[in-house]
Write a protein that binds this ligand. Structure first.
Ligand code: IMP
Ligand code: MG
Length: 189
């Protein structure tokens, strides 16, 4: 069980991860993103809907939603592309689509991380085909050096190094999602 004070080093399988973004840093950036998004949609004719991309984005989506006005809606898309590996398989599989009708809505796709960009590109293309009133993208993390496809992301929490990260929803073989901070692979270990 996690306690109030999280470790500075986490071991997952054979790999060591070191603290990279702590809880306070993540939360204050999310508060800023919330203010920015709320200002951008302040004059909108209807409340936006966040579409979180499962599994990784479930915690960020929840915290971002709580940083926004109470009329914002939420739904989820489920993709899988990683398997048990630390590098993207490059294949995106759709496991669940949003149940809300997104036609004519102001949609904000919410990802935990944009790595190769394939997942974000895939979801944006799928939702664009449904005819939303507007479509934007938000991600907590982005690895600019890993990009394989060009994706415009409107709201980015942090641009990070091109190394595997865990915690705050991000997993390694499904573990580590519950860590409140984000940890990065310790290449010096
Ligand atoms: P993509 O390569 O941009 O399509 O990213 C695919 C998905 O892989 C992301 O939504 C994450 O859920 C996951 N992912 C990418 N990079 C990492 C990482 O460093 N740690 C954990 N999961 C990751
Ligand atoms: Mg994801």
């Amino acid at each position: 069980m996690e306690t109030d004070t999280e470790p500075t080093v986490v071991t997952c399988g054979e790999d060591r991860f070191r603290l990279y973004l702590d809880e306070a840093t993540i939360q204050s950036r999310i508060a800023e993103l919330g203010r920015e998004i709320a200002a951008d949609y302040a004059g909108a004719d209807q409340p936006p809907i966040l579409i979180g991309v499962l599994n990784g984005a479930f915690i960020f989506t929840a915290d971002l939603l709580r940083a926004l006005p109470s009329d914002y809606e939420v739904d989820f898309y489920k993709l899988s592309s990683y398997g048990e590996q630390k590098v993207s398989s490059g294949r995106v599989t759709e496991q669940k689509v949003a149940s809300a009708d997104l036609t004519g809505r102001h949609v904000i796709v919410v990802e935990d991380i944009v790595d190769t960009g394939l997942s974000m590109r895939y979801v944006l293309d799928r939702i664009a085909a449904l005819g939303p009133a507007s479509l934007k993208a938000a991600t907590l993390l982005r690895k600019p050096a890993a990009a394989k496809v060009a994706v415009d992301v409107d709201y980015v929490g942090f641009d990070i190094d091109n190394l595997f990260v865990i915690g705050y929803g991000l997993d390694y073989a499904q573990a580590a999602r519950g860590l409140r901070s984000i940890y990065i692979l310790d290449t010096d270990a």
